[in-house]
Ligand binder design. Structure first.
Ligand code: AMP
Ligand code: ZN
Ligand code: FE
Ligand code: FE
Length: 287
């Protein structure tokens, strides 16, 4: 029998996904996932519902989070797994990160208006429905109003880092993000390393050495948008540094319409054994 498959990177309506935590777990279960991590941006709000849904579907639940860290010129996201969502220091830091978003979001709306896109921030907040508001919500309102033909076009023309309506937000330094995850009992994993946009293998290697020195536990090598070669190379870079390998789809529902939960673009199959290593690491960090 083939090895069981899992998905350790998903988003729900608590951040910028379009499925509720329960809907998401049901879809993952229907796609034969043995375990799922919910990894919403800057919030643990959806974890309880996801945990209950996992019990209902006999899927193993992994509590998760995704944090954006300071980095240029690309993007650095750090995933936390097996976190204790009741941790008070975690809750305090997540509140600060959401406040940083609230400070940034009206400025994105103002930039868009300067560029002739007539959207009001209240429409974006309404679209998010009380969730953590992210750029995909802006893209979705722009799509509905006919300013662009796809979510991706909204990013390419307006919202992506370096584009005219991009606004920085206050982020944690990478070592702070790792520390925050560790202090909540979690395992810290570098998400989708291709988004770092490192120029060379050497540059990426040096960055990974620095992150390993800051306590990074693993690298998300098995990722929907990584080529087979990238998956192999990033896994090798993790293993040579004593780090573990993780994997997931980054499912966002309609906000990333080309990515399916569990199977990504159709070729993703994250083996259950990766989760066993993550759980072992979480256990050893607690000792
Ligand atoms: P935010 O949390 O507001 O910074 O938005 C981050 C989210 O926007 C990511 O998780 C992705 O879902 C999406 N995103 C960021 N950059 C891009 C891009 N260049 N193309 C498509 N989606 C993107
Ligand atoms: Zn997202
Ligand atoms: Fe991400
Ligand atoms: Fe993500």
């Amino acid at each position: 029998m083939n090895e069981a498959i899992i998905d350790l990177h998903t988003h729900s309506t608590c951040s910028d996904g379009s499925c509720t935590p329960r809907e998401l777990i049901r879809l993952a279960s229907a796609a034969s996932a043995k375990a799922v991590a919910l990894t919403d941006h800057d919030t643990v709000e959806g974890l309880e519902e996801a945990r209950t849904a996992c019990e209902e579907c006999a899927v193993e639940f992994v509590s998760g989070i995704e944090i954006s860290a300071e980095y240029s010129p690309g993007t650095m996201h750090i995933l936390g797994y097996c976190i204790d969502e009741r941790c008070e220091s975690l809750a305090g830091e997540l509140t600060l990160l959401r406040e940083a978003r609230e400070n940034r979001n009206p400025r994105i709306a103002a930039r868009l208006q300067e560029l002739g896109i007539e959207i009001d921030y209240s429409e974006v907040a309404e679209k998010a429905g009380g969730a953590v508001v992210g750029r995909p919500h802006f893209a979705s309102v722009m799509l509905e109003k006919g300013y662009i033909a796809s979510i991706q076009e909204a990013f390419d023309r307006y919202l992506a880092k370096g584009s005219p309506a991009y606004v920085e937000k206050t982020r944690l330094a990478p070592d702070q993000a790792i520390r925050m995850i560790h202090s909540a009992g979690g395992v810290a994993v570098l998400a989708h390393p291709y988004q770092l946009k490192c120029d060379s293998e050497e540059e990426l290697g040096r960055l990974l050495d620095d992150l390993a020195a800051s306590g990074l536990d693993g690298i998300e090598a098995v990722y929907s948008r990584h080529s087979v070669q990238q998956r192999v190379r990033y896994a090798e870079m993790a293993r040579t540094r004593g780090m573990l390998v993780s994997g997931g789809s980054d499912y966002h529902g309609t906000y990333k319409p080309d990515l399916n939960v569990v199977t990504g673009k159709g070729d993703l199959a994250v083996p259950y054994s990766l989760l066993e290593q993550i759980k072992d690491r979480a256990e050893s960090l607690r000792c």
